[in-house]
Design a binder for this molecule. Structure first.
Ligand code: ZN
Length: 512
């Protein structure tokens, strides 16, 4: 269907969707500002601004005008004839958004927001003091509210309540789909990690601990971002305690990273990770279709696959360092001089079990996710009580990662997610790693010279491949369908295992 032949009700739908997207972009700008430049004194006013905007957005999303435009489009047989057309995808996905917004009663939405804000404050204190008892009643409350939320959303007859929560972040994903993947991946990763720790030769970590001034790191990060193709005329990079990316609006994607003078790779890898998210945002057709689902990210799992690929498959490759080391030598100063490409390549791929998820390496990271998935699923199913979380966590940690958790700060209190009700979110990190590896394998088959390109700092063909295969579709297909279309296969654990074995085996000098 050509643009000119589109009916008036579809144009109305697009206009209403665009209005919502404008409000959301203002909301995102406020959130970005809060994490970067906002003075502490503005906290109360900012909370009021965000609350007011959230109310406006909810009002728009549940408005009779939007519902009416959607109904007219849904009844238009010509418009909906091809379910894969951009227009049909827009209608389907906007209906989904409206359903998600209307199925939760206002009282529950407010209760979740209020409890989340308080629970987050208590969680901070509980984590500092490693005092689970303090957090326990709030966790109980959040689990209870999350179960109510799941009941409002509903789930398939052959599914379970957790599916309803997962679906918010990874549309279409279910426990039936991901639990078997995780169950197969877990033991294979454990085997790999054991082989490395018992028979392998661990790399020297000294290159990671050289001293590099923040200003030098900032210059280096900027050069790398420009080279990989993050468009700094349509984006920015700033500093934040917890690095993130906000795709605000057409022509405006914001990244953040953080600098540690005795660990220069932190800023680099956080920036590469966030730039992967950022290039996805920049690759979405927002200029043409802002507000329409075909210009929005398909799922958190696919989003994470883009960041992980740039961070790990590309940024931790030997070829990347053979390109980047001469630049690093020039920009970072004398501290890096004693180290050659292999020394840095090996150091940035050190893999060993550790307690904190956000500091975990590429191989052990997924085990951190699996144990959270098991615990969340049991909490929502009602087979695990909130009070039993520390014991369940520590036991799972021993079995997945072979370590005894010293205290809850290094255990079940480390993540902020549960305090504000983000349950069903963690699995998307592992899905992201799996999608990254599978997309990477498909790209290598189509671009066999990819290693050479990286070694020469020619990242354009990689970015264009991702843009044309993944970014351009927005939410046109579900993540699992997109994966099938791009790679020819359902999501599988093998590409990730192949990637880890072929990288870590030679580094650790071990067959695995
Ligand atoms: Zn990410």
């Amino acid at each position: 269907m050509t643009e000119t032949a589109l009916p008036a009700h579809f144009a109305t739908l697009c206009r209403l969707a665009r209005d919502i997207a404008i409000l959301e972009s203002v909301q995102a700008l406020l959130a970005w500002d809060q994490e970067t430049y906002m003075p502490p004194g503005a906290a109360a006013a900012r909370a009021e601004q965000k609350g007011f905007l959230a109310g406006l957005i909810h009002e728009r999303r549940t408005s009779p005008q939007l519902d009416e435009a959607l109904r007219a489009c849904e009844a238009d047989a010509d418009l909906m004839a091809d379910p894969d057309s951009p227009e049909a995808a827009d209608v389907r996905e906007l209906r989904r958004d409206v359903n998600l917004a209307t199925r939760l009663p206002r009282a529950l939405v407010e209760e979740l927001a209020r409890t989340g804000a308080q629970a987050q404050q208590v969680w901070k204190q509980a984590r500092e003091q490693s005092d689970f008892a303090l957090f326990r009643p709030w966790l109980e409350r959040m689990i209870d509210l999350s179960r109510q939320k799941a009941a409002c959303y509903g789930w398939a007859d052959d599914g379970e309540p957790y599916d309803a929560l997962l679906d918010e972040f990874e549309p279409g994903a279910t426990c039936r789909q991901i639990a078997p993947l995780f169950a197969r991946l877990g033991p294979r990763l454990t085997e790999l990690i054991q082989a490395m720790s018992t028979r392998g030769r661990a790399p020297d970590d000294r290159p990671l601990h050289i001293h590099v001034d923040t200003s030098r790191q900032q210059r280096f990060v900027r050069i790398v971002l420009e080279a990989i193709g993050f468009d700094l005329t349509r984006g920015r990079i700033d500093t934040a305690v917890h690095p993130f990316c906000e795709g605000l609006a057409p022509g405006d994607t914001r990244l953040t990273t953080r600098y540690r003078e005795h660990h220069f790779t932190d800023a680099l890898y956080a920036a590469l990770h966030e730039a992967g998210h950022g290039m996805y945002e920049q690759g979405l057709p927002k200029e043409q279709a802002f507000g329409r689902p075909i210009a929005q990210a398909v799922s958190l799992g696919i989003h994470e696959s883009q960041s992980r690929m740039w961070e790990n498959q590309i940024g931790r490759s030997r070829e990347f360092w053979s390109w980047a080391l001469p630049i690093a030598r020039r920009e970072l100063g004398s501290a890096i001089e004693p180290f050659d490409v292999d020394a840095i390549y090996h150091a940035v791929n050190i893999a060993r079990p550790s307690f904190i998820r956000v500091e975990a390496d590429e191989a052990t990271y997924n085990l951190h996710i699996m144990l959270r998935f098991d615990i969340e699923r049991a909490l929502i199913a009602g087979t695990l009580a909130a009070g039993d979380v520390p014991a369940a966590w520590n036991e799972a940690f021993r079995s997945y990662l072979g370590l005894d958790v010293p205290d809850d700060r290094h255990g079940c209190l480390q993540d902020v997610h549960w305090s504000f009700g983000l349950i069903g979110y963690f699995p998307t990190y592992c899905l992201g790693n799996l999608y990254a590896a599978q997309l990477w394998a498909a790209m290598r088959a189509e671009l066999p010279q990819v290693d050479q390109l990286i070694a020469q700092g020619q990242f354009g063909p990689i970015r264009q491949w991702l843009a044309s295969k993944v970014h351009v579709h927005g939410r046109r297909y579900r993540a699992s369908e997109l994966c099938r279309r791009v790679t020819g296969q359902d999501l599988s654990i093998e590409p990730l295992l192949d990637h880890l074995r072929s990288r870590l085996g030679p580094i650790y000098d071990v067959r695995c």
